[in-house]
Design a protein around this ligand. Structure first.
Ligand code: GLA
Length: 389
């Protein structure tokens, strides 16, 4: 009898807490988002051309399947029945047609709105409209909702996001729920039953470690991830914001390093550059399958900062099948000479084969120390696999 009661209570609590769809993001979501490069200069032509490029240039095959339209897609007002409507000049075909366009190419449709009364750019927010908006998104074929935190007033973050999460579930279409609450109320402590990913910080911008008014460089965002690794896992991801790979303020080394470290973090990989015009060097960074495989490793463990030294940091990520990724970041302004003594990596049991994931070549085994050189703000990114006996 007691067992039965416990069973029923467990079932009930599962039902009560069923605020998100399960199985939508077993590995970190990947895709493209309009914000970092285009901000409010978006229209359906840009989205279609971007979608076509993602298919044609191999990004879709590499895993980038969400095309997310960020702030700026809406008309300034809801329609007479309170429904959200796209800007008629910039999205004249409507959102259902755009979703169909993406789906026909094997892509998924992401959209942005805000938990407050207005989005950060001043368009209608979702507060008080959660259930009808969720039905609208479902009717457009939306697969991913990024939900921002501007104009939230005195609202409680957990309750507000839970309301929207429940609305998405009630609307019945599986939609990945991306909480963009900037880490203000420690969403890693409460967002897991609500959505699949949650921002841990404010906005990133395209520099290594600059301090802007609204946004900071990726190195500062990286620093803010230390200690959060315990909260991530399959279907529940810390989101350190999007990629700036290929954007003007980063050197090629800094783009490669952000991509490497975001993969070490098991971060959502949302490209934020103009993929229609990117150089082949940037394309090769974004589509390096061995680096993406670190991010997408099914074990779903977020990497952690193993050591900091003046001029360098070492990040470590446990992978499935007894493998490990180790990333050496040169935080200095000149070349770094590395001498790696594998006995300092106490988690490595036995001999490992070492592969350099950017040079795409084997560097031998962990039986002897290794010497390497890393340029300023660049990385050495290694995968270590147990050597066959
Ligand atoms: C916030 C978010 C950004 C972006 C903008 C749009 O700043 O954190 O990622 O969505 O809003 O206005």
């Amino acid at each position: 009898m007691r067992l039965l009661t416990v069973g029923v209570l467990t079932l009930l609590s599962t039902v009560v807490h069923a605020q998100r769809f399960e199985g939508l993001a077993p590995t970190p979501p990947m895709g493209w988002n309009s914000w970092n490069t285009f901000a409010l200069n978006i229209d359906e032509k840009l989205i279609r051309e971007t979608a076509d490029s993602i298919v044609a240039n191999g990004m879709l095959a590499a895993g980038y399947n969400y095309v997310v339209i960020d702030d700026g897609w809406e008309a300034m007002e809801r329609d007479s029945e309170g429904r959200l409507v796209p800007d008629p000049k910039r999205f004249p075909s409507g959102m259902k047609a755009l979703g169909d366009y993406l789906h026909a190419r094997g892509l998924k449709f992401g959209i942005h709105n805000c938990a407050g009364t207005k989005t950060c750019a001043g368009f209608p927010g979702g507060r008080g409209h959660e259930f009808e908006d969720a039905r609208t998104y479902a009717s457009w074929g939306v697969d991913y909702l990024k939900y921002d935190w501007c104009s939230h007033g005195t609202a409680n973050a957990e309750e507000t996001y839970r309301t929207m999460g429940s609305a998405l579930v009630a609307a019945g279409r599986p939609i990945v729920f991306s909480l963009c609450e900037w880490g203000n109320n420690k969403p890693w402590l409460w967002a897991k039953p609500i959505g699949q990913l949650w921002r841990t910080t404010g906005d990133v911008t395209d520099c290594y470690d600059c301090q802007g008014v609204y946004a900071v460089g990726w190195k500062q965002i990286l620093d803010a991830q230390v200690g959060l690794e315990q909260y991530a896992g399959p279907s529940s991801w810390n989101d350190p914001d999007m990629l700036e790979v290929g954007n003007a303020g980063l050197s090629l080394a800094e783009s490669r390093a952000q991509f490497s470290l975001w993969s070490m973090l098991a971060a959502p990989l949302m490209a934020g550059n103009d993929v229609r015009t990117m150089s082949s060097a940037i394309h090769d960074i974004l589509t390096n399958k061995e680096v993406i495989a670190l991010d997408q490793d099914p074990l779903g463990k977020q990497g952690y900062r193993y050591m900091t030294h003046p001029g360098k940091e070492i990040w470590v990520k446990e992978l499935s099948n007894g493998e490990w990724a180790i990333c050496f970041l040169n935080t200095g302004e000149t070349d770094l000479k590395l001498r790696i003594d594998w006995s300092h990596f106490s988690f490595l049991k036995g001999t490992h084969q070492i592969r350099d994931l950017w040079q795409k070549k084997s560097l031998g085994t962990s039986e002897r120390p290794m010497v390497n050189r890393v340029a300023a703000h660049d990385v050495l990114l290694l995968k270590l696999s147990p050597a066959a006996h």
